[in-house]
Design a protein around this ligand. Structure first.
Ligand code: 5GP
Length: 203
């Protein structure tokens, strides 16, 4: 998605070879127009499949799951990281280790909001180690719902997440796939094998 790649180049801050900060437009302050465009794009990628629900994990996936749900005309559900007093005991759960926070959460989804009649698209902001998305895949499978696929905003393709999901037979689409990065420089997967045409000399 060109507009997203351009924005990552313009406003993303590459803190190290593995960590990209996008909190000025994606996951702290959110560019609402871009978030809605991301939702439309993810919905159009999966337009060949009937989908009844979008699933994400709090907090940074919520705006993209909502935008995708709006584009598809279906509800979205987000897995919770902490149990609330109002939450029922009938939940699907999975352990998820957070790459950015260094903690393991027991994430949960109320059993009333996911079940065998659902066809689910999972959406998240980042695909990195894949821990969060593998946890959501396990929750969908435990619920008996059918998993249509995963849609990610940014994939760090040099990390193992995509491979883990594909090994589980999951269809994965990401709107910006980063092949490599370092402070001040980012390379996307589709740019990797482009052979630069030699410049013609002009007289
Ligand atoms: P995972 O490692 O499970 O694929 O990533 C889980 C979560 O960690 C993502 O949903 C995202 O919120 C966060 N995350 C992973 N890598 C990055 C990164 O490079 N930058 C930011 N801002 N968040 C990240």
């Amino acid at each position: 998605m060109k507009v997203l790649e351009d924005r990552i180049r313009q406003d993303g801050m590459i803190l190290s070879n593995t960590v990209l900060k996008v909190d000025s437009f994606l996951n702290h302050q959110v560019d609402t127009e871009l978030a809605l465009a991301i939702g439309k794009e993810l919905a159009s990628i999966y337009a060949d499949q009937p989908i009844t629900k979008v699933l994400t994990i709090e907090a940074s996936g919520i705006q993209f799951a909502m935008a995708t749900g709006i584009a598809l005309g279906v509800p979205f559900v987000y897995a919770k990281k902490k149990k609330a007093v109002t939450q029922s005991d009938k939940v699907y759960t999975a352990p998820v280790h957070s790459f950015t926070r260094g903690e393991t959460y027991q994430v949960s989804v109320d059993q009333r909001y996911l079940g065998p009649n659902d066809r689910v698209l999972i959406v998240d902001d980042f695909l990195a180690t894949g821990a969060a998305l593998v946890g959501l895949v396990d929750i969908v499978r435990e619920s008996g719902a059918q998993l249509v696929g995963v849609g990610c905003v940014i994939e760090k393709s040099f990390q193992e997440g995509r491979g883990l999901l594909e090994d589980k037979g999951v269809r994965v689409h990401s709107l910006a796939r980063i092949a490599s990065m370092k402070p001040g420089e980012v390379h996307f997967v589709h740019e990797e094998n482009v052979v630069n045409e030699p410049q013609k000399e002009t007289v």
